[in-house]
Design a protein around this ligand. Structure first.
Ligand code: HMG
Ligand code: MG
Length: 298
């Protein structure tokens, strides 16, 4: 059965834009976040406080945070890999941060320049200090269905990393199919193994749509009891350190599927498609999602 209500974590402004080849002006990023926050979404991941050498597109994270119009009851988490990132995030007055590790050593090396154990040691003081400051902390586990560098990722490695991130003090773990290679049956097996060791209420899924399985995979996770899912308006997204990864599951595809199944999200689909269409115009290409395409053709 599907849950009655699903919390959507909109990652378009972060995951969606981090991979854009052309620099997106700060005011466009700000307007995108603001438009999304007015659609009824309760969580809009706004940007990343990562090394600007590694992700130049998000070098303006502080400006984005300063200029957005924070809507009451909307959370605006940001990615922080290390203490430097946390300090910048605290200066920007954030209430929630996300650390991001991986289940595969090869991806951890490329994305963080760290082994998995080193990444956990890097996150430990970040999570502790964030919690002391009263922040909510999310933890990502990437490459849960496969790795662009090492191929298969054993389920046991995903379980181990999920448990390790929870032990660090993360409130919630988002399981990321970074390159969008998973399939629903695989997600079922994965969730069965992870939920044997971690409370399902603290899990989210983060599906990329490279093979068109993002929605099916997310629904498979809901059937397993997960009630939080990440997606990006317009199906934007990708990771600069994950070659070949396409965009995230499109938020409008997710919302359409959920509302049509009687599941509430709090999101106004028309407003969401408006925000998607506006951003597509800024980027100069149409949204990839079928729902946006269908609704905009009307
Ligand atoms: P490093 O080179 O090992 O770190 O990178 P370092 O400490 O030697 O720092 C290198 C330089 O960056 C230094 O500057 C630091 O000051 C600076 P320099 O002295 O050379 O001029 N620096 C920073 N500046 C600003 N803010 C910071 C910061 N940290 C260092 N926070 C590091 C290690 C972790 C920093 C680097 O690897 C990094 O930033 N990686 C982030 C990569 C990234 O953002 N990837 C995309 C997000 S993950 C993702 O998309 C997956 C996800 O969507 C889930 C899924 O799909 O699976 C979440
Ligand atoms: Mg991602």
């Amino acid at each position: 059965d599907l849950p009655e209500h699903v919390t959507i974590v909109e990652v378009g402004p972060r995951d969606g834009l981090q991979n854009e080849p052309g620099v997106v002006p700060t005011d466009v990023k700000v307007a995108f976040v603001d438009r999304l926050a007015r659609t009824g979404l309760s969580v809009v991941e706004a940007t990343s406080f990562v090394s600007p050498r590694w992700v130049p597109q998000l070098a303006d994270a502080a400006e984005v945070l300063a200029d957005i119009e924070r809507v009451e009851h909307v959370r605006y988490p940001v990615l922080v890999p290390n203490e430097r990132g946390l300090e910048r995030a605290l200066e920007a007055d954030v209430a929630e941060v996300a650390v991001f590790g991986a289940a595969s050593e090869a991806f951890s090396a490329k994305n963080l320049n760290r082994t998995i154990d080193e990444s956990l040691e890097m996150f430990r003081p970040v999570v502790a200090r964030a919690r002391d400051a009263g922040l909510r902390v999310r933890g990502y586990v990437s490459t849960v269905c496969g790795c662009p560098y090492q191929g298969e990722v054993p389920v046991a490695d995903v379980v181990r990393m999920t448990v390790a991130m929870l032990e660090l003090g993360c409130d919630e773990i988002s399981l990321g199919d970074t390159i969008g290679v998973g399939a629903p049956g695989q997600v079922q097996d994965l969730l069965a193994a992870v939920t044997a060791e971690a409370p399902v209420q603290r899990l989210a899924v983060h599906m990329h749509d490279t093979y068109g399985q993002g929605l099916a995979n997310t629904l498979a996770a809901f059937e397993a009891g997960v009630t939080i899912a990440d997606s990006a308006a317009g199906g934007l997204g990708g990771c600069p350190y994950a070659p070949g990864a396409k965009g995230n599951l499109a938020t409008e595809d997710l919302v359409y599927a959920l509302h049509g199944s009687g599941v509430t999200t709090g999101v106004d689909l028309d407003a969401l498609v408006d925000a998607t269409a506006w951003m597509a115009q800024q980027l100069g290409r149409p949204p990839v999602s079928r729902v946006a395409e269908a609704m905009l053709a009307k």
